[in-house]
Design a protein around this ligand. Sequence first.
Ligand code: NAD
Length: 372
Amino acid sequence: MKALIAVLAGDGIGPEVTAEAVRALDRIAQRFNHEFEFKEGLLGGAAIDATGLPLPPATLELAQRADATLLGAVGGPKWSDPGAQVRPEQGLLQLRKALGLFANLRPVVPHARLSDVSPIKEHLLRGVDIMVVRELTGGIYFGAKTRSATEAVDECRYSLAEIERVVRVAATLARGRRRKLTSVDKANVLETSRLWRATVDLLLPAEFPDVAYEHMLVDSAAMHLLQRPRDFDVIVTENMFGDILTDEASMLVGSMGLLPSASLGADARGGLFEPIHGSAPDIAGRGVANPYAAILSAAMLLRHSLALTPEAEALERAVYRAIESGVLPADLIPRGVATPGAATPGAAAPEAPTPRPAATTRAAADAVLAGL
Ligand code: NAD
């Protein structure tokens, strides 16, 4: 297959981890005989510095033309003045909107080797495999906003069509998994949630009779995610609830450095794939960022936009093998067990049987490539 992949590395650790994801895709192309062309574009702070705009027209044109876009992260202290007219995050929001990416997919699969990195008890994590589908372009984040000296209003609005299209994405994913869908809302209080629930009740039996579904209130879902995470298969929810629940769910895995995401529109082609973490200015430039989330995002790109499932699985297996063999960047090592790049014999916490140095970004990616 020939594919054009837009690479928007962004700021901070974005370029460091994206470079490793591109190397992994290059290796996949060689091994499976594909031709991937990578074209770089400016986004976020780097784009503001170069052009004055967080999403320059050339970057948008590239992403619109590409078969898929691989993104690093945007933002950082240099551009974080709250009074600034132009901000890196605007570039990301504009890009998602312009590409019509309404469904955000975040797989949450804790790894047995890393159970001590998660704050959740190990026995609760065994067998957990959740796909959260968050609506990305509607709801209260995009509603009209007004503010006076004494009052502020954020409007929350959803149309039937907006709900249907994201529920269809989630139900289709459930069909390829354990055929269970949990629709999360706040239908006891919110009118938008009552429309959401009614839409699910009509759509699922009519179009997905083979998928079992349930409704769950968002407060209850927040609790059950920690109490019995194994019971979830696919979760679908509106924008703000999804924003909050996905950060909560990331704690099941233990580190943001392991969590990929995909943002999809009406066509599978042209999706946007990025780690869920930000630009991590505190560690940028030191070569210690965890590249696994970026590489797993590249695997999602192969699966969802290029329909290359065996290639995606090969890349995911290579990441899991690297983790199993103990190649762990600093964020995957429990505190007190090792320090980045320098394990001091005898300095480990008493509960650590085999202290070892944290892997650098390059060493972790090399371990993945070695498994391909
Ligand atoms: P962050 O995700 O950048 O970092 C939070 C913590 O996690 C930091 O201690 C960081 O060192 C660590 N971390 C994150 N990714 C890591 C990785 N791959 N390997 C090892 N450690 C990692 O969030 P933040 O500090 O709140 O935000 C920093 C900047 O990133 C801000 O400007 C924010 O606006 C931006 N941001 C961007 C995105 C995006 O581009 N999608 C998302 C979130 C935050």
